[in-house]
Design a protein around this ligand. Structure first.
Ligand code: SAH
Length: 457
């Protein structure tokens, strides 16, 4: 039977793909449908038909699945940022656990390992310590902040994101009122005119300090002191800044920063270690789960105080400093120079002296260092970006023959690929723990431990 585009069919959702889309079948022909949950019976309009599968849009639920919940957010479908907001939280966790299991077993081809239950959150909302809201005018010309409607740059008004901090809404309202009072125009991408592009808000989880940073297409925000006066009603705001970005770009932040009021950073802690966070610093966005993740990484590293550890892709040195408390020496490698400077400052601030940081590509710095000094590591930790590790790096690690490798990953597919490669190089996957760093979304963080199949005693 032939299925036609723009025709409406009724469909039972029997599966979900890795991106959280429901999958139903029309006589065996798979149809992927966004915003549906396993168990839904739905009217679906076919929007694209390929040779072996198609895509449909949810038109109406005929019979909602027992696993479906009403999203906590009324713009969940339009925004698309929280792909799993239609799933109950236990179902979200089950989805992610399965995703990791499937990847490890299908791509990595591993079977004999322990998969620990995913570490979920007690309260899976309002966990993000950072938010960036675009500012613009909506279709009616009203000054708004919110999010870009799926794949476009038109803004849908929304100030109260379910995964962001509770303070965001009130802060955004003050800034919009200020812009209206002083006739400060929002930035318009098409014409590269107007001033205010984005508003960045960061909050320290333990310290509760808040930073507000207004990103402008210019060198100066007029009446900035007046804005500071208005924002000072929020006692917890300790830093008000302006960031200048006059480029025609999708990149949100520019390089130049102006401090309008207060400090030019906020402070926060991970596992008792203190970090200073500037608008430009990379800092994990879910502080509660970051601590869980690092604790697991530390447990997998099994440190006694005598070990030499490498932390590859170390960012601002968060994992390195966490591990240094239990190791003899930790070496960190990171490609972004500014992050390495932050890592060094963080070490100093916390009086941690048994760490050393290098700037460069992990796949270059680490092999070069090993060739030069021939010093073995006992444990190697890697935390690469989504694309995973370069094969050459894995080869050097295997050559160095550490007892254990701890792999922290934000993409279980590339993790599984690399676990498969390491298996061929003499490392067995012992244990894996998924961590829910990004509730409501399809992303899942995983930490695994591999150990050498024939350790040198
Ligand atoms: N471990 C840190 C950061 C992890 S994010 C934390 O938990 O906070 C991954 C980091 O890898 C980023 O900081 C990115 O800048 C860095 N990176 C990307 N490619 C790299 C490469 N080839 N070599 C070294 N670092 C790299």
């Amino acid at each position: 039977m032939e299925y036609k585009k723009n025709t409406i069919y009724s469909l039972t959702i029997i599966d979900a793909d890795m991106d959280g889309n429901g999958v139903g079948k029309l006589d065996g022909f798979p149809i992927f449908v966004k915003d549906t949950v396993i168990g839904d019976v739905a009217e679906v309009k076919l929007i694209k038909v390929k040779k072996n599968y198609g895509y449909g849009r949810l038109i109406r639920l005929i019979q909602p699945s027992a696993n479906r919940v009403e999203p906590y957010c009324d713009v969940a479908r339009q925004c698309g940022g929280c792909q799993l907001s239609f799933y109950s939280y236990p179902e979200q966790l089950r989805f992610k656990e399965n995703k990791v299991k499937n990847h490890l077993e299908r791509i990595g081809k591993v079977t004999d390992y322990l998969l620990r239950p995913i570490i979920g959150m007690e309260d899976p909302f309002h966990y993000r310590n950072k938010a960036q809201f675009p500012v613009g005018r909506n279709k009616e010309g009203k000054l708004v902040t919110g999010f870009y409607a799926g794949r476009t740059h038109s803004i849908i008004e929304h100030k109260d994101c379910m995964i962001g901090c509770r303070e965001n809404k009130a802060i955004l309202e003050v800034i919009l009122k200020f812009m209206e009072a002083y006739q400060i125009e929002p930035y318009q991408e098409e014409t590269h005119t107007g001033l205010v592009r984005h508003i960045l808000i960061r909050k320290g989880y333990y310290t509760k300090e808040i930073m507000v940073c207004v990103i402008i297409n210019g060198k100066r925000l007029p009446y900035a002191e007046e804005l500071a006066e208005r924002l000072k009603i929020f006692e917890r705001i300790t830093s008000i800044m302006v960031n200048c970005n006059q480029e025609k770009t999708n990149v949100i932040l520019g390089k130049e920063l102006i401090t309008v009021w207060g400090k030019d950073f906020i402070t926060d802690f991970i596992g008792g270690i203190c970090f200073q966070i500037s608008p430009l610093s990379f800092f994990q966005v879910n502080p509660i789960q970051t601590e869980q993740l690092y604790k697991k990484a530390l447990e997998y590293a099994k440190l006694s105080g005598k070990e030499i550890v490498w932390d590859l892709y170390c960012g601002i040195g968060t994992i390195s400093l966490f591990l240094a408390q239990k190791a003899k020496k930790v070496y960190g490698v990171e490609i972004v120079e500014r992050a390495v400077e932050n890592a060094k400052e963080n070490a100093k601030r916390n009086q941690i002296e048994n760490v050393e940081f290098f700037t460069g590509k992990a796949e270059e710095v680490f092999p070069a260092w090993y060739r030069k000094y021939q010093e073995r590591a006992d444990v190697v930790v890697v935390d690469p970006p989504r694309k995973g590790c370069e094969e050459g790096l894995l080869l050097t690690i295997a050559e160095m023959k550490p007892e254990r490798i701890v792999y922290v990953s934000c993409d279980s597919a590339t993790l599984a690929r690399d676990v498969g490669i390491l298996d061929g190089l003499g490392y067995r996957l012992v244990e894996a723990t998924p961590v829910d760093m990004f509730p409501q979304t399809v992303s899942v963080e995983t930490v695994v431990m591999l150990s050498h199949k024939n350790p040198t005693v």
